[in-house]
Ligand binder design. Structure first.
Ligand code: NDP
Length: 456
């Protein structure tokens, strides 16, 4: 049977583009279908614009700190409209880069929304396409039904497109997006209240980071409302009112819904392939991104596993190598570093202390908690926290956790050492780069405490 393409990719986000280009590099005939902007969530409405807004917030910090370093600073203010114009230009530039990369790789870009109509076949507008392999890389989008009325709230997509910031805002949720945006908004001068249902933000992260993240959010002036997820959201004049479990209503001119994301699989026609989707709409896959339907694969947020851009990219490339290269391979997701860009940021690789103990490790826990030189010089209060979890039996460093300036940059490098199986003795043998914050990770001599595995 002959097909129009060897590989048809649904979704030109980071994962889909990476898979398409790698497959084309192996000589495959590839098309990628995209109904929205090329580049997907990360480039257009996620990681990239979010980080650009974080940089804007950091400039505010720098301006406030500058007098302590001898600078005389005049009147300053943040104008969201200026940032928004620069952001729009930058995302457009990046979209152009992605389009060029696809074209330069020989991948056909088909613009429109695809619907699968049976094995090996999909329809885009008037066009029916056939392909030997089908890759679902359609990503995810904000959940709009987590709480009655939550659909009235803005999502991070809308927030990043604002031309003016509100004076007050509520953030609903305690995860990555909620915490990052609460932190950035507060630094940009918005009076922020954050509502989440657990006792601390960032469920799933190490407890020591979660406590310090909450303290950092409070230090930025954010009113935290733990254990207080709204039970309803109501329109209230030009703004919104959050209804809490005790019946009280709190009015805000702006509310950010950051209660999670859900795979973009609805209406794709995946039922014609006999696929049963997960509860949130996730496409079921094995460790090699194969679905139970022959010739059908899925990567990235559409599978709702580790919803991180670099994971989707790695999965896409591994799949393309497996299908069209000479050595099939899967991606090892056991030690994936990640960061939460609140200010100061969190970065982490490896299990939490609770997870390591539950897995049966006796631990030597090394910690450092200090005000870095940059803060002490101008009298700032911001601290850095660093933690190593070391398996007491093997001396292997199991995890690195950090909250503090530059944590993502530092932990990215240490993730290499952990993936190489580094021991604490090897950390100790490493000569420090001085004066840095990172050097603390090779200067921790005595464990702060020892911890024994939890009893099953
Ligand atoms: P998260 O899963 O991180 O957080 C969702 C939040 O919504 C949690 O606090 C959750 O509470 C809360 N929530 C869910 N349902 C309800 C409900 N019915 N009522 C009240 N609260 C609710 O999702 P995000 O949308 O923040 O981010 C999506 C994913 O995108 C992340 O998991 C991450 O993988 C990725 N991402 C990564 C970033 C990075 O790498 N820096 C940045 C942004 C996103 P609870 O904890 O109680 O369940």
């Amino acid at each position: 049977m002959s097909f129009d393409f060897d590989l048809l990719v649904l979704g030109a986000g980071s994962g889909g583009v990476a898979a398409s280009r790698r497959a084309a590099a192996h000589g495959a005939r590839v098309a990628v279908v995209e109904g929205s902007r090329v580049g997907g969530t990360c480039v257009i409405r996620g990681c990239v614009p979010k980080k650009l807004l974080m940089y804007a917030a950091q400039y505010g910090d720098a301006l406030r700190e500058a007098p302590g370093y001898g600078w005389l600073v005049g009147e300053t203010r943040f104008e969201m409209a200026r940032w928004a114009a620069s952001k729009a230009a930058e995302t457009q530039r990046l979209e152009g880069v992605y389009r060029k990369l696809l074209a330069g790789s020989g991948v056909e870009l088909i613009e429109g929304w695809a619907r699968v109509v049976g094995p090996h076949r999909a329809v885009v507008g008037e066009r029916t396409l056939s392909a030997q392999h089908l890759l679902i890389a359609t990503g995810a989008s904000p959940v709009l039904d987590s709480i009655p009325g939550i659909e009235h709230c803005a999502t991070s997509d809308g927030l990043l497109d604002l031309s003016a910031l509100p004076e007050r805002a509520a953030v609903v949720g305690g995860g990555y997006i909620a915490t990052e945006f609460a932190s950035m908004l507060a630094r940009l001068g918005v009076e922020v209240s954050q509502f989440y249902r657990d006792r601390l933000p960032l469920r799933g992260f190490d407890e020591d980071l979660r406590r310090r993240a909450a303290a950092a959010l409070q230090a930025a002036g954010i009113a935290l409302h733990p254990g207080a997820a709204p039970v309803g959201v109501h329109t209230d004049g030009p703004g919104l009112a959050l209804e809490l479990a005790d019946g009280s209503r709190l009015a805000f001119p702006f509310v950010l819904n950051a209660t999670g994301r859900r795979p973009n699989t609805h209406g794709l026609g995946l039922e014609t392939l006999g696929l049963t989707l997960g509860a949130k709409g996730a496409v079921p896959v094995d460790g090699a991104c194969r679905t139970p339907a022959p010739g059908v694969y899925a990567i990235g947020d559409a599978t709702d596993r580790k919803n991180l851009t670099p994971v989707a990219i790695a999965e896409g490339r591994a799949l393309a190598d497996s299908l069209f290269g000479s050595t099939p391979r899967a991606v090892d997701l056991s030690l994936v570093a990640s960061a939460v860009f609140l200010l100061p940021p969190i970065a982490t690789v490896g299990p939490t202390e609770a997870e390591a103990l539950a897995a049966g490790h006796a631990l030597n826990v090394f910690e450092a908690d200090f005000r870095p030189m940059r803060q002490t010089f101008f009298g700032g209060a911001e601290r850095s926290y660093m933690k190593l979890l070391v398996d007491a039996a093997s001396d292997r460093v199991l995890a690195v956790h950090m909250l503090g300036a530059d944590a993502p940059e530092i932990v990215q490098s240490l993730a290499v050492a952990l993936n190489c199986g580094a021991t604490k003795a090897q950390f100790d043998r490493t000569i420090a780069v001085h004066p840095t914050v990172a050097e603390e990770f090779v200067l921790m001599r005595e464990p702060a405490r020892r911890a024994l595995p939890s009893q099953a």
